[in-house]
Design a protein around this ligand. Structure first.
Ligand code: NDP
Length: 435
C-alpha cells in the first residue's frame, strides 16, 4: 500500500480483489509461498511517454501517453486504450489489474494490459485526432506487437481512433498484422466486436436470470452511458423484450417512460457516434422524454441496473435507492462503476451483483477471437462469433458459480470472478518460475 499510496483507484481495485482472494490463498499455501499476490499486483512493465502534436491553429500541444504491461503469464498483454482527461497512472493501473482477471476468465490465452492518454478527443477536429493518434503510436509502436501486446479501444477510442492508430503502426513497422483489435470489418476486424461488450453483458444477466427461472421479458432496465457499451447493451435488452428507460452522458441522463426502442436507439447512436452530440439532444427528437442535467439515473425505479459509463459512478446512496426501488440485479458494463460502499450494500441486500471483470468480458473475448481470425487470415460469420460469445459468457458465469456460491446458496459473483480469474494466472506464474 505504501508503494502505491498516491494511486487511489489502483488501491481500490487491488483491495477489492484481495478481500476475496486472500482467504482463498490462506487455504492454498502454494500461492502464499510463491508470493503470487505480491507479484500479481506489481506491473511487469510501465511505459510513460511524451505525446507532442500540433493543433489546427499551428500550436504545439503536449499530452502524456501510457502503456501498462501488467501480466503476461497466460498470453500476450491485452487491453484497451483510453483517451480521456481523467486518465492517470492510477486509473490505468487499476484497469490493467482488472484486465488480468477478466482475460483469464474468458478462457482465451490473453495476458493483461491497459494504456491511453490524458488527451480529450471532445471538441477536436478529425485532423487533430489523427495527428494525436499518429504521435501516440509513433512511440507506442516500439512496445507492442501481435505476439507481444495487442491494444484495443476503450473510453474515447472507437473505430476512428483505432483506424488512425493502425495506419501509423503499419507505416512504421511496414507490416499488416493483428496488432490492434476493434479494427473495421473491411481490414481485419471481427464480426460482433462493436456489439460484444454490451451483448455479452446482457447474455451474462440472462445467465443469472436463468438460475432464478426468470427472463428479461418486460423487465425495466436503467442504463448509464451512451457510448459503445451502453448502446449495444440497450440494443440487446430491447431485442430480448426488456424496457430500457434511461441513457446518459457525462452531462446528465434522459428518461423515456415509454422505453427507448430500436428506432430511438438508432437516433442515439447517430447522435453520439457521428454527430458527436450530447444526450440531451434526444429531447429535440422525442420531446415527451425528460432530461436531468448533472444527475445519474440511479433514482429511477427498475428491475435491472447496468452502469455502463465509467468508474465510481454508482455510490452507496445510489445503491440504497436502487435497492429500495426493488432493483434485484446490477451488472457492470463499465469497469469498477460501483464504489465499495455500493457493492457492500448490494451484497447485504442479496442483490445479484455482477462485477465488470465477469460481466463485461465479452468485449475482450471477441477481441481474442479477432486475434485468432487475424492469425488464420480468415473471417468467421456473425452467427459463429455471436455463438462463441454466448458460450464464453455462459462459461464465465459457471466459473463464478463454482467459486462464488455461499453456504446459503446465494452466488457472490464478485468472489467467484476474483478467485476464478486468479487461479489460472497464479498457476501459470508458478509453473514459469520467479520471473
Ligand atoms: P465510450 O467512450 O464509447 O462511452 C463512454 C460513455 O460514458 C459516454 O456516454 C460518456 O459520456 C460516459 N462517460 C465517460 N466518462 C465519464 C465520466 N467521467 N462521467 C460520466 N460519464 C462518463 O466508452 P465505452 O462505452 O467503450 O466504455 C464505457 C465503460 O465500459 C468504461 O468503463 C470501459 O472501460 C468499459 N469497457 C469497455 C469495453 C469496450 O469494449 N468498449 C470493454 C469492457 C469494458 P460523454 O459522451 O459525455 O463523454
Amino acid at each position: 500500500k505504501a508503494r502505491n499510496a498516491s494511486e487511489p483507484e489502483f488501491l481500490q481495485a487491488v483491495t477489492e480483489v484481495a478481500e476475496s482472494v486472500l482467504p482463498y490463498i490462506e487455504k492454498h499455501p502454494i500461492y502464499k509461498n510463491n508470493k503470487i499476490f505480491e507479484r500479481i499486483a506489481e506491473p511487469e512493465r510501465v511505459i510513460m511517454f511524451r505525446v507532442p502534436w500540433i493543433d489546427d491553429k499551428g500550436e504545439i500541444q503536449v499530452n502524456r501517453g501510457y502503456r501498462i504491461q501488467m501480466n503476461s503469464a497466460i498470453g500476450p498483454y491485452k487491453g484497451g486504450l483510453r483517451f480521456h482527461p481523467s486518465v492517470t497512472l492510477s486509473v490505468l493501473k487499476f484497469l490493467a489489474f482488472e484486465q488480468v482477471f477478466k482475460n483469464s476468465l474468458t478462457g482465451l490465452p490473453m495476458g493483461g494490459g491497459k494504456g491511453g492518454s490524458d488527451f480529450d478527443p471532445k471538441g477536436k477536429s478529425d485532423n487533430e485526432v489523427m495527428r494525436f493518434c499518429q504521435s501516440f503510436m509513433t512511440e507506442l509502436s516500439r512496445h507492442i506487437g501481435a505476439n507481444l501486446d495487442v491494444p484495443a479501444g476503450d473510453i474515447g477510442v472507437g473505430k476512428r481512433e483505432i483506424g488512425y492508430l493502425f495506419g501509423q503502426y503499419k507505416r512504421l513497422q511496414n507490416e499488416f498484422t493483428g496488432v490492434l483489435t476493434g479494427k473495421s470489418i473491411e481490414w481485419g476486424g471481427s464480426q460482433i466486436r462493436p456489439e460484444a461488450t454490451g451483448y455479452g453483458l446482457v447474455y451474462f444477466v440472462e445467465e443469472i436470470f436463468k438460475t432464478q427461472g426468470k427472463s428479461l421479458l418486460g423487465k425495466n432496465v436503467v442504463i448509464s452511458g451512451s457510448g459503445n457499451v451502453a448502446q449495444f447493451a440497450a440494443e440487446k435488452c430491447i431485442q430480448q423484450g426488456a424496457r430500457v428507460l434511461t441513457m446518459s452522458d457525462s452531462a446528465g441522463y434522459i428518461y423515456d417512460a415509454e422505453g427507448i426502442d430500436l428506432a430511438k436507439l438508432e437516433f442515439i447512436k447517430n447522435l453520439k457516434d457521428n454527430l458527436r452530440g450530447r444526450i440531451k439532444e434526444y429531447l429535440n427528437e422525442y420531446p415527451h422524454a425528460q432530461y436531468f442535467e448533472g444527475e445519474k439515473p440511479w433514482g429511477v425505479k427498475c428491475d435491472i441496473a447496468l452502469p455502463n459509463a465509467t468508474q465510481n459512478e454508482l455510490g452507496g446512496e445510489d445503491a440504497e435507492k436502487l435497492i429500495a426501488n426493488g432493483c434485484f440485479c446490477v451488472a457492470e458494463g463499465a469497469n469498477m462503476p460501483c464504489t465499495p460502499e455500493a457493492v457492500q450494500a448490494f451484497n447485504k441486500a442479496k442483490v445479484f451483483y455482477a462485477p465488470g471483470k465477469a460481466a463485461n468480458a465479452g468485449g475482450v473475448a471477441v477481441s481474442g477471437l479477432e486475434m485468432a481470425q487475424n492469425s488464420l487470415r480468415y473471417n468467421w460469420s456473425r452467427e459463429k462469433v455471436d455463438a462463441k460469445l454466448k458460450e464464453i459468457m455462459h462459461d464465465i458465469h459457471a466459473i463464478c458459480v463454482k467459486y462464488g456460491t455461499e453456504e446459503d446458496g446465494h452466488v457472490n459473483y464478485e468472489k467467484g470472478a476474483n478467485i476464478g480469474g486468479f487461479v489460472k494466472v497464479a498457476d501459470a506464474m508458478i509453473a514459469q518460475g520467479v520471473v
